[in-house]
Design a protein around this ligand. Structure first.
Ligand SMILES: [Zn+2]
Length: 445
């Protein structure tokens, strides 16, 4: 606690001095990375980042970029601590490492995380980093992102939830460090969604409002009992949205402290649920809710359902829901290499939810552009680009296609398409891949 008070004090002083990040050393090259140490972070930037991705127009572009990232992550961490009322003392737990790749492409290929825009895992096992870890000055959990995420880049569009990536991942680091233990992915992701929304300057009504409309529609048409997601044995569709919405609901009715108490005490156990042998039984959830919130699971279920019913469904809410169900963002990413103006289309798709609002015109444009076969073209190079996206399609199928027969059908189609590419039947490849993406990259059953 004392460490964190000192930190806030320092921030105020620096804030008055038009804060230039408190940097502790000049950047140094270490292995594949440029390392830069700040108040509570070690920032690692990919050594071979192209100059055009750095601070253009500055006398020291590398330093400018590092300072920009440093200011952004220090601010994000402070916002999250405030939202969760969970102080992070770097003197006690170590500074947090953040590994920044030059692009989404490079990040996904080097980490093998094809459905991710950022993630948290242990620090790499290189000798330099292990030596730093041994001093206790480094947290063993690190954030992995890329320059499109930093600072303030939107990610999570593939999961149907526009959210800034870096603060989201920082919440996972705080969670793993300060709470730890095995928890339902619904709540682990939900906590990151909740804290990121709360720490953001966009008003809550916009952030949670759109999400809650999605959840109302989802509950009405597909999964009536969203609370079954708390078992950790659910489909991943709207898992992040539900987690964030549910935590916000509990925090409003009670407090975020009460939610965190519930969350801390949850322990994974053997369960007998379809396709799931380990998770969180509804009995345990019911018992903890009664102990901490003085409410039964049934009562919370009824109240949460009633709360969603109060969400007024707007035209934007419905269209935004369809946009998620049709997985337009993932379709745009997968088809980008075959689209005449692919990069621009992905940029437009990313902007559809910027600022917590749903941009109806932009969404309509994106859909119309992607549905018109005239906007696709094939060449050896474009087909090679699309082949690189096969891993992404496989990743999507394994996460979101529940039926094993459908999953193997997708795999079979991908093999046939790879054969078309190998024999240079590019036009057929193009038509086949577009059809496959439109048919199977969806959240509709
Ligand atoms: Zn996450």
């Amino acid at each position: 606690m004392r460490g964190s008070r000192r930190y806030y004090g320092l921030l105020t002083v620096l804030g008055l001095a038009l804060w230039n990040v408190a940097v502790l050393a000049n950047p140094i090259v270490e292995g594949d990375w440029v390392r830069y140490e700040t108040e509570r972070f070690f920032i690692y930037l990919w050594k071979e980042t192209p100059p055009e991705r750095l601070g253009l127009g500055s006398p020291d572009p590398l330093r400018t970029k590092l300072d920009e990232i440093a200011l952004s992550v220090e601010t994000d961490l402070k916002g999250i601590e405030g939202a969760l009322q969970l102080p992070y003392d770097a003197a006690l737990y170590g500074k947090i490492a953040i590994f920044v790749y030059a692009s989404l492409e490079e990040y996904q290929q080097r980490t093998g995380c094809y459905l991710c825009s950022g993630h948290v895992t242990s620090v790499p096992s290189t000798p330099e980093i292990q030596a730093l870890l041994a001093t206790g000055r480094l947290n063993r959990y690190a954030v992995y992102v890329h320059l499109d995420n930093t600072p303030r880049g939107l990610g999570g569009l593939s999961i149907g939830l526009p959210q800034e990536v870096v603060p989201h991942e920082l919440v996972h680091v705080l969670d793993l460090t300060l709470i730890g233990g095995s928890k339902p992915s619904t709540l682990r992701e939900g906590l990151a969604v909740y804290a990121t929304f709360k720490a953001d300057a966009t008003p809550d009504e916009l952030q949670f409002g759109l999400t809650n409309q999605h959840l109302r529609l989802f509950a009405e048409t597909d999964t009536p009992d969203l609370l079954s997601y708390l078992t950790g044995c659910s489909s991943r569709r709207f898992l992040y949205s539900f987690g964030g919405s549910f935590i916000d609901f509990v925090a409003r009715q009670s407090s975020i402290g009460a939610f965190l108490e519930f969350y801390r005490r949850l322990q994974s156990e053997r369960v007998t649920l379809p396709n799931c042998s380990f998770g969180f039984s509804l009995e345990q959830i019911d018992r903890l809710l009664q102990q901490i919130l003085q409410k039964s699971l049934e009562q919370v279920r009824r109240e949460y359902r009633a709360f969603l019913q109060t969400m007024e469904l707007t035209e934007d809410g419905r269209r935004s829901y369809d946009f998620v169900m049709d997985q337009v963002f993932n379709r745009a990413i997968y088809l980008e290499p075959l689209l005449v103006n692919g990069a621009e289309l992905v940029r437009q798709t990313r902007a559809v939810w910027a600022g917590g609002r749903f941009d109806r015109e932009r969404a309509a444009y994106v859909r119309a552009y992607m549905s018109d076969m005239k906007n696709y073209t094939a060449s050896a190079e474009r087909v090679a680009g699309a082949l690189k996206n096969f891993e992404r399609v496989r990743s999507f199928a394994s996460n979101y296609i529940d039926d094993p027969a459908t999953r193997s059908h997708v795999e079979q189609r991908l093999r046939e398409l790879a054969e078309l590419a190998r024999t240079e039947r590019f036009e057929e490849f193009k038509d086949g891949f577009v059809t496959l993406v439109f048919q199977y990259v969806t959240w509709r059953r």
